[in-house]
Design a protein around this ligand. Structure first.
Ligand SMILES: NC(=O)c1ccc[n+]([C@@H]2O[C@H](COP(=O)([O-])OP(=O)(O)OC[C@H]3O[C@@H](n4cnc5c(N)ncnc54)[C@H](O)[C@@H]3O)[C@@H](O)[C@H]2O)c1
Length: 374
């Protein structure tokens, strides 16, 4: 196995920092992975990049992402920039022979994502896309329980990813709602819950959706009087059918006033059901049918070292994992795969499959009817 990997991160915002935390912590959590060597971090301005390099412990900084992807001491490139930039950066990194982690959604369009998948698979590099929430050990438990038949035949899935960071109509226009970057909430948050649904239950084969823009215009900048029309969706409500036979619903919503991180699901089966929300990410509720009616109810499964890899972070149950730990699990798996271990994904191809569901939902909403995925 490769002993050391040179890391480069492009972008120093919300996700740039999360990637930096994760690369720094990954070896402490997972001693079997190649050691990440923090080589370079890049942003649009040298000042920003230099500050981040100092703070996150990177050896060098740059105002040029091209310099970063072509640097011979870098083996792994993390792309944490706005969506419109992902494709160009990823293709350049792949052409330079680097392994690539790219934040979700993979790119603004299915056609661009297809190019990214093709380039990565042709080059044989390891890829990873930032669907961090499914790295929760309790979600792995949920998936294993479904696969082992502990819930019996699955009869339904109700999934949601709702937050409120766009609920204020006077919140300014930003790259997140510029249609050049692709669809709105259905790609931004919807991709997480669609990915989670696929992780738990397998492919979604058809959808019927209502995708709408609620906040019709926004100030061009913070406090500006001039407003700009919003062309992307704020809320998406989707009926879904899974290849395994069951149906369900998925909602993506970034104007859900009061909700900060309602990413979760209720999954029902003939023999039991599971309930999860990222708001309480160290808990999985499990209902087992057929027990004594007097004491029947949801049992609260609390995350602990019995749920690998929780124990790599803390030997004691109940002490709880957090968002940055999920990102560390993601990076640990990514680096292990680069070192020759199992490819855990989700990789570019899985992100592309998730994007097919997003596209089908948008097409369905326009056509006002059911659409086959892909
Ligand atoms: N996995 C998750 O849970 C999650 C959460 C939030 C965002 N994201 C995704 O991460 C990506 C970034 O989102 P964010 O919230 O971190 O955004 P952000 O605005 O906080 O950070 C983006 C960074 O990219 C930098 N940047 C822009 N253009 C650049 C260029 N040409 N060269 C170098 N750097 C450049 C910006 O200066 C900024 O530092 C998006 O694709 C978003 O969808 C994922």
């Amino acid at each position: 196995m490769t002993k050391e990997l040179g890391i480069g991160i492009i972008g120093t915002g919300f996700m740039g920092k999360a990637h930096a935390f994760a690369y720094r912590a990954a070896l402490a959590a997972f001693p079997d992975i190649p050691a990440p060597r923090l080589e370079m971090i890049a942003d649009v301005e040298e000042g920003l990049a230099a500050r981040a390099a100092h703070q996150y412990g990177f050896a060098r900084s740059s105002a040029s992402w091209r310099q970063l992807v072509n640097d011979p001491r870098i083996d792994v490139v993390s792309i944490t920039t706005p969506n419109t930039l992902h494709k160009e950066m990823a293709l350049a990194a792949i052409a330079a022979g680097k392994h690539v982690h790219c934040e979700k959604p993979l790119s603004p369009s299915l056609a661009e994502s297809a190019q990214m998948v093709e380039a990565a698979e042709k080059a044989g590099v390891v890829t990873q896309v930032g669907f961090n929430y499914i790295k929760n050990p309790l979600l792995k438990l949920a998936r294993d329980m479904v696969a082992a038949g502990e819930l019996g035949e699955i009869t339904g899935f109700r999934g949601i990813h709702a937050e409120d960071y766009m609920h204020d109509p006077d919140g300014p226009y930003s790259w997140r709602i510029d249609p050049v970057g692709g669809p709105g909430v259905i790609a931004d948050l919807g991709s997480h819950i669609i990915g989670m649904a696929r992780f738990l239950l397998g492919p979604i084969t058809e959808v019927s959706a209502d995708v709408r823009t609620v906040v019709k215009s926004r100030p061009v900048g913070r406090g500006a009087k001039e407003r700009k029309d919003v062309l992307v969706d704020d809320v998406a409500r989707i009926l879904v059918n899974f290849g395994r036979g069951c149906g369900g619903t998925i909602e993506a919503n970034w104007i859900a006033t009061g909700r900060k991180m309602q990413l979760g699901f209720e999954l029902t089966g003939e023999k039991g059901s599971l309930v999860f929300t990222q708001e309480r990410l160290n808990e999985l509720l499990f209902y087992k049918a057929g027990g004594d009616a007097k004491t029947a109810g949801y049992a609260r499964i609390e995350a602990g070292p019995q749920h690998a890899p929780y124990g790599q972070f803390c030997v004691a149950g109940g002490h709880q994992l957090g968002f940055n730990d999920l990102k560390t699990i993601e990076m640990g798996e990514f680096l292990r795969a680069i070192g020759g271990g199992e490819r855990a994904g989700p990789d570019f191809r899985e992100a592309y499959e998730i994007q097919k569901v997003v596209d089908a939902a948008i097409a369905s909403s326009s056509a006002r009817g059911w659409v086959r995925v892909g």
